[in-house]
Design a protein around this ligand. Structure first.
Ligand code: UTP
Length: 292
């Protein structure tokens, strides 16, 4: 039976401490890459993968995220009165027309696993996708669309993976990989944030998941892991042997926008990709002396 995904969860209740003071009043997920906030890039990626239900796990003090996807009547009236049709279209861009929006709160930032569990009423007994907006992937076919196509045949728990430098494993969930075929890596085990000497490989999970509904039962044990947080990696590890568990080597370049360097690189890469030939040449000319 094909496994189709129509629900996506965005865990966006974290503190964003690595971007202080920028994130004191503005949620990290609202920081723009070129001209769109991270969360809008994520929503567009999910829509392109066929998702229709968008679940935001947010925090009371981060309501700017929901505001971004709501109507803005005052702004709209002014733009209409001034005949600014292009700007009006940009104001309305965001969510697809037929989208169902669900908001739920994670009252305390107890970890990514806990944030995902907070969406359990919305996800019910169906498999669902998870996008962490601060991980961006640049490719003509969005990372989640690539995964959703693969998921039709593999089902279970599927995570996007890539090789990271050996000295960076402590920042990721890392795979103990089994057999590999056509970009799909069977998972024998998972370790959250291992030190390089303890890491079973350098194949790390990035912020894209498609999860079997069973994950919610496992998460509801609220077991703390690395850093005292409830980790999604531990919940997936507990299900190995009960549901299929695979890593997916996606196509594209990934940017970790949760740290300053990755965020800066993403801004450059997406700006360059959006530029025409002339604009790109001018940009290169202006940037070169800054980098020398
Ligand atoms: P991060 O691990 O980057 O944490 O979360 P963070 O709190 O956002 O940022 P730092 O490390 O303090 O700088 C990855 C994603 O998971 C969400 C975040 O909002 C982000 O989208 N998250 C994390 C939650 O929703 N709840 C949590 O308890 C932890």
């Amino acid at each position: 039976m094909p496994h189709k995904i129509d629900t996506v969860v965005f865990p966006v209740a974290g503190l964003g401490t690595r971007f202080l003071p920028a994130t004191k009043a503005v949620p990290k997920e609202m920081l723009p890459v070129v001209d769109k906030p991270l969360i809008q890039w994520a929503v567009e990626e999910a829509a392109a993968a066929g998702c229709k239900r968008f679940v935001f796990v947010t925090a009371p003090e981060k309501d700017a995220i929901m505001k971004h996807f709501s109507d803005a009547p005052h702004y709209q009236d002014v733009l209409e009165a001034r005949g600014k049709t292009q700007e009006l279209a940009l104001l309305k861009a965001g969510l697809p027309q037929d989208a169902e929006i669900i908001k739920t709160y994670q009252e305390q930032p107890l970890g990514l696993g806990h944030a995902i569990w907070c969406a359990h009423e919305a996800t019910g007994d169906k498999a669902f996708a998870v996008i962490l907006p601060d991980d961006m992937v640049q490719h003509p076919t969005g990372c989640l669309a690539q995964m959703a196509a693969q998921y039709q045949t593999c089902g279970g728990n599927l995570v996007a993976v890539e090789n990271v430098p050996a000295d960076q494993t402590h920042r990721y969930g890392v795979l103990d990989p089994g057999a590999e075929a056509d970009g799909l890596v069977a998972v024998k085990g998972l370790v959250e944030k291992p030190a390089p000497e303890d890491a079973p490989s350098t194949l790390a999970i990035i912020g894209r998941y498609i999860l079997a509904p069973d994950i919610m039962r496992t998460l509801s044990a609220f077991k703390k892991g690395a850093g005292g947080e409830i980790q999604i990696t531990d919940a997936m590890a507990a299900l190995i042997g009960q549901v299929p568990m695979n890593g997916f080597r996606f196509q594209g370049t990934r940017f970790d926008c949760g740290n300053r360097d990755g965020f800066l690189e993403a801004n450059l890469a997406f700006a360059i990709a959006a530029a025409g030939d002339e604009e790109r040449a001018a940009l290169k000319q202006r940037l070169r002396p800054l980098l020398d």
